[in-house]
Design a protein around this ligand. Structure first.
Ligand code: GAL
Length: 648
């Protein structure tokens, strides 16, 4: 069974080391090697001049060691000669400037020229290696959207956007109604009058933006599918993947995931913590471990986007691209890898085999140092070799779901209506409220079946579709909604009966008015259901229900009706923690509050504990097994370590 892998760039090294590299990978217990995803200029050094010898040889050497290969299509890096021939490949930025050659991802998803070259190179690669027995997986491109590349403002994007709008609305009058173009005299007479929403004098119409976000997301899916269809023709038995990113929501991964077999992602816990909006105190506490919920959140999200998920790039040491680039605690790389498997990942793979001594990523660690000596990650992977055979394929169902909605994130980014509203932060805070209780959680799409859960958290769902509404009505779970849920129709406009629109059958109330407040306004909330404060957002609600929580000024904060609870104000971390804890206790779900930085997870026939703290932490009594049952670690975990015991 494939469990651990590595990203490898044979083209960076002299052929004389390739055989030794492959042997060392196999000896280490790795079973999957990813390669090829940036190698276009070597595969095709000039128009139509294909040079396969190096790739044939490299694949052959890896196959000789029984390593499975994941081959990447090289379309994240179109070569210079191709750009020189066709400058209509390049994307334009929001300020209307061409994003030139010289790094990577220099293309526009809407360039028909590029689409045809991407299909051409994919066809050539899949034709050559599709039947190779060692090539068991294919990755399309690399990190769609990295470096802010989902949304391009090129003439090709404008043309494709107009065609997308025409398909969606058929009649430009319908578009005018949906967007509310009577406002500011924006009415169009024909689709070909419509420009992209950048470069306007002041804010463009929000539905114009929303449709542009949706269009751009669809263009990514379309570009991927063009390659995937070709790969499937040549390699019908291979799995197809693409590597998604962390903290990245510019395209809808639920929709995208329908077109892969495995949705892989790239996990850089320290880089992302450094880049995040977290407080300095939080960044300090988790400097060398990462936020304890960063990886878990993405594992749980991507697991429900596709038939399977995996980590294809695991941070191996200091990276090069974050504001600061600390080294992980000893043991942390092994802990991150095991956490992926515990969350149900098909495999976990380290980026990269050997640190490059040249170019943009020369300060990015690998499993080997540039001088070929083992780096920390090499030794930590070696330590996992004896543990892996004990893992089974058993999946453990979660009793809690969190509903995540890309469109709510987009709508709130387009019209935030307050500096303190950040959909991603809110979703992560609600996720943390569950994980700190030691509970497993699934992150699901709006409309996904909810009947298997006992508790469903909806941090915010701006537009409630008929499918989402039916799923809420069909479950017996306790439902907890955040503010702004049901505040928009499908076009991002206010619904005729106001919020919460289609949620009203679940809870009889109407949001009459909403306010946003700056960060210094944090009214306290104290009550039997929860304690903390609200911040950023509050709704004035008309209802006959009495609130079950109010703030220190007597303003309603939380309502309850039958199995639905709905916030009328945005809870801070303390408040959401205590409300979720109360609900979990009521449902007898709560397994105990965990010490700082400790997280639990069931999977692979085992239970796991992961210590993200810089202190030793002990698994609370009642959650830990008897001493003799541990397969790795024990009840007291060293900083950065994990423990594992059989799930009975
Ligand atoms: C990822 C990317 C890799 C490499 C890595 C460095 O975003 O997919 O190619 O650049 O970051 O951390």
């Amino acid at each position: 069974m494939t469990r651990l892998g590595v990203c490898y760039y044979p083209e960076h090294w002299d052929r004389s080391v390739w055989r030794d590299d492959a042997k060392r990978m196999a000896d280490l217990g790795l079973s999957l090697v990813r390669l090829g995803e940036f190698a276009w200029s070597l595969i095709e050094p000039g128009p139509g001049q294909m040079a396969w010898d190096w790739l044939d040889e490299s694949i052959g050497i890896l196959a000789d060691e029984n390593l499975e290969i994941m081959l990447g299509t090289p379309t994240a890096t179109p070569p210079k000669w191709l750009i020189d021939k066709h400058d209509d490949i390049l994307a334009w930025d929001r300020d209307g400037r061409v994003r030139g050659f010289g790094s990577r991802r220099h293309y526009c998803f809407s360039s028909e020229t590029y689409q045809s070259h991407s299909q051409r190179i994919t066809d050539a690669m899949a034709n050559r290696y599709g039947a190779h027995p060692a090539v068991t997986m294919w990755q399309t491109d690399n990190e769609f959207g990295c470096h802010d590349t989902v949304r391009s403002y090129s003439p090709m994007a404008a043309k494709a956007f107009r065609a997308w709008l025409e398909t969606k609305y058929t009649d430009v009058h319908a578009l005018n109604i949906a967007w509310g173009n009577i406002f500011w005299s924006q009415t169009y007479q024909a689709f070909d009058q419509i420009e992209l929403p950048n470069l306007t004098t002041t804010e463009a119409n929000p539905t114009h933006w929303l449709d542009f976000y949706r269009f751009s997301s669809d263009q990514v899916v379309r570009f991927h599918r063009q390659q995937a269809d070709i790969i499937r023709q040549h390699a019908p038995l291979s799995k197809i993947t693409h590597n998604a990113m962390g903290h990245f929501f510019d395209f809808d991964h639920f929709e995208f995931g329908r077109h892969v077999d495995v949705l892989t992602w790239d996990s850089y816990p320290l880089g992302f913590l450094s880049q995040s909006r977290s407080s300095d105190a939080h960044k300090h506490a988790y400097l060398r471990q990462g936020d304890p919920d960063f990886a878990g959140f993405h594992h749980d999200l991507y697991r429900s986007c596709a038939p399977a998920f995996a980590v294809i790039e695991q941070q191996p040491g200091p990276v090069n691209w974050a504001p600061d680039n600390p080294a992980p605690l000893p043991g942390m790389v092994g802990t991150w890898l095991m956490e992926t498997l515990a969350h149900g990942g098909e495999f976990a793979s380290v980026f990269r085999w050997r640190q490059a001594p040249f170019a943009q990523e020369q300060n990015h660690a690998g499993m080997l140092r540039p001088d070929d000596q083992p780096a920390a990650a090499f030794c930590e992977v070696a330590e996992l070799k004896s543990i892996l055979p004990q893992l089974t394929d058993a999946k453990a169902p979660a009793s809690v779901a969190l509903l995540f909605d890309y469109e709510s994130l987009w709508m709130s980014e387009i019209q935030p209506q307050g500096t303190g509203w950040n959909y991603q932060d809110i979703a992560e805070s609600w996720y943390r409220a569950v994980r700190r209780l030691g509970l497993d959680i699934d992150i699901v799409a709006p409309g996904a079946p909810l009947t298997d859960y006992q508790l469903v958290l909806v941090p915010s769902l701006f537009h409630v579709s008929d499918e989402a509404s039916a799923a809420f009505e069909a479950t017996d779970a306790q439902l907890l909604f955040g503010p702004r849920s049901g505040s928009k129709d499908v076009n991002g406009n206010i619904p005729p009966d106001l919020g919460p629109d289609k949620l009203r059958p679940l809870i009889p109330l109407t949001v009459a008015r909403s306010e946003s407040v700056p960060a210094f306004e944090t009214p306290k909330v104290t009550g039997p259901t929860g304690t903390g404060a609200w911040h950023a957002w509050r709704d004035d609600v008309v209802t006959e229900l009495a609130p079950i929580l109010s703030d220190e000024h007597g303003r309603a904060v939380l309502f309850h009706h039958e199995r639905t609870q709905m916030f009328a104000a945005l809870p801070d971390d303390n408040l959401i923690n205590s409300v979720v804890e109360t609900l979990a206790e009521k449902l007898s779900l709560k397994s105990g509050s965990l010490p700082d930085g400790l997280r639990l997870r069931r999977g692979c026939g085992h239970r796991f504990a992961f210590n993200y703290s810089t202190k030793e932490q002990t698994i609370p009594t009642g959650l830990a097994p008897a001493d003799g049952l541990y397969k790795a670690g024990n009840a007291t975990l060293a900083p950065g370590s994990f423990a594992m015991w059989v799930d009975q």
